[in-house]
Design a protein around this ligand. Structure first.
Ligand SMILES: [Zn+2]
Length: 87
């Protein structure tokens, strides 16, 4: 990923509020899960992602996508909207 640029990925996960497809956005600092329709977003610092969702097996680096998305989805589904960088 080039620093300063952001990349966007449309997921098949639905927004808990309006049912639109959620988007996963990545920029140089954050990984963001958000709904483009109701403007509901939750984000995590990449530092946090690297620390908690990356496993190293020798030379192999494994990103635990499923767990990462699950955590973000739990946050976005929360009753009250909270923007937190740390749990
Ligand atoms: Zn929505």
């Amino acid at each position: 990923m080039v620093s300063g640029e952001s990349s966007k990925l449309e997921l098949s996960l639905k927004c808990p509020v309006c049912g639109s497809n959620l988007q996963l956005i990545e920029n140089s600092t954050y990984v963001i899960l958000g709904c483009p329709h109701c403007k509901r977003f939750t984000r995590m610092t990449k530092k946090y992602v690297y620390k908690n969702y990356i496993e190293y097996e020798g030379n192999y680096v494994h990103l635990k996508w499923t767990e990462l998305i699950k955590e973000l989805y739990i946050r976005i589904s929360g009753q009250s909207y909270q923007e937190s960088d740390t749990p």
